[in-house]
Design a binder for this molecule. Structure first.
Ligand SMILES: [Zn+2]
Length: 434
């Protein structure tokens, strides 16, 4: 009875939410207050796939949803990144029929790694894809070890895992569960040495001795081995190689595919989506062909004009140094002159005053690659201190806390305008300078 009430109310609230384009978490949150075990009462006609990890879970969820829909399947997913308990409940309740059954071939759920143990308290996914584990929002999540413990509480023994062989931290997740790995071979930009400040896997997760690397893709993602206990990059069922970063092409198990977002980070995530679709029974030839038409640029990168000047927004998550490093690498791949506007606002929407994460980001890589750098947001001065430490001169930097104050300053800058900002701030900042 309580479940029926929760189901009906969530459906009504979700319909209202769709009309007002608000409230992806709210209907589920309210329904969970009425029946806190409701997730265990929903039934499914198809398989449930959970996607988690520190970075790339939204893109990978979108890619997998795209593949399955293009292949003709009925798919339910929380594509908008509403990945906490309320968001997952909203997605499932609004898709369920009046008997509480979700009639779909596949249900794909992006799941916050910290909330996974709460989301999967009363039901379980059939498959779990973990893209990677890094330090992320330390004041909220704690260290990577804390996240692993929370994930272990969420993963039931029956769950089949799809894991990134290049990540020494998440390959070791729930070691007794059935698993397959995907892996990216050495590319033209692989490095023998770490290329970023943040490195969360310097020691072997099994024996705590030094972990050595044959090569790095980025941060601690690469090919590794432990001399002491033999822990090493596992053999992968899905292997990506022959990577042409200029063309955006690569092969997964000898099947050619393509991406329009030409970064190693994205190629690994694309391989993850392909591997998962194949594990769900799709043919790799079809899957790799479908992926060639997927357009990721709209979601993470947005190009536009400001008074006839070329501009680009690059989504950069505050408090997530590896995500920021990815944005910086992408920025450096743009060869034309550019002015960079970095917005640090984490105080506004998370209420976390911690800015220590700025010291985990490899801002040094921007040295010599940008004409001007504008520090913006509530934490503009903290950012300026960090950039000064990285070697930027005061003449290169402009500091303005409010986005509205940037507009005039832009006239004195050169080249393409690149915004590194959170999704939350993007519209405000872009509108302020237009
Ligand atoms: Zn070891």
């Amino acid at each position: 009875m309580r479940f029926m009430l929760a189901l009906l109310l969530a459906k009504i609230l979700a319909s209202v939410g769709r009309l007002t384009k608000k409230g992806t978490n709210l209907p589920g949150d309210i329904a969970l207050k009425i029946d806190k075990h409701l997730l265990g009462k929903i039934t499914f006609t198809g398989k449930v796939i959970a996607i988690t990890g520190s970075n790339g879970k939204t893109s990978t969820t979108n890619m997998l949803t795209y593949i399955l829909k293009e292949a003709g399947f009925k798919v339910v997913s929380n594509q908008k990144g509403s990945n906490l308990t309320g968001g997952v409940a909203t997605t499932l309740l609004s898709s369920a029929n009046l008997k509480g059954r979700v009639v779909a071939d596949f249900v794909i759920l992006e799941v916050d790694e910290r909330y996974s143990r709460l989301i999967f308290k009363d039901f379980s996914a059939d498959y779990l894809l973990c893209t990677n584990l890094f330090r992320d929002q330390l004041t909220r999540n704690g260290n990577v070890d804390v996240i692993i413990n929370k994930l272990h509480e969420a993963i039931k023994p029956t769950v089949s895992l799809i894991l990134n062989a290049n990540d020494p931290i998440s390959t070791n997740l729930a070691p007794n569960n059935k698993r397959v790995y995907y892996h990216l071979n050495r590319s033209s930009i692989s490095s023998d040495k770490p290329t970023n400040i943040t490195h969360d896997a310097k020691v072997c997760p099994l024996c705590m001795h030094r972990l050595d690397y044959n090569f790095y893709h980025y941060n601690h993602i690469g090919d590794y081995y432990c001399h002491h206990c033999g822990y090493q990059t596992p053999l992968a069922k899905y292997n990506a190689d022959i990577i042409d970063l200029d063309a955006g092409t690569f092969k997964v198990n000898n099947h050619l595919t393509k991406t329009n977002f030409k970064s190693i980070f994205n190629i690994i995530n694309t391989t993850a989506a392909i591997a998962t679709a194949c594990e769900l029974g799709l043919d790799i030839d079809i899957v790799t062909k479908i992926m060639t038409n997927f357009n990721i640029m709209e979601q993470r990168y947005h190009e536009f004009l400001i008074n006839d000047r070329k501009a680009m927004m690059i989504l950069s998550k505050n408090q997530n140094p590896v995500s920021y490093d990815q944005s910086i690498d992408y920025l450096n791949s743009i060869k034309e002159p550019k002015t960079v506007i970095i917005v640090v606002n984490n105080i506004n929407h998370t209420y976390h005053k911690d800015t220590t994460w700025l010291y985990d980001v490899s801002f040094e890589k921007l040295l010599g690659n940008v004409a001007n750098i504008i520090c913006c947001g509530e934490r503009a001065y903290d950012l300026a201190v960090r950039l000064k430490l990285a070697g930027f001169s005061e003449e290169t930097m402009i500091i303005k806390e409010k986005p509205q104050m940037i507009k005039n300053e832009l006239n004195d800058t050169k080249g393409m305008i690149c915004f590194l900002t959170e999704l939350y701030d993007a519209k405000t900042v872009i509108n302020a300078v237009k």
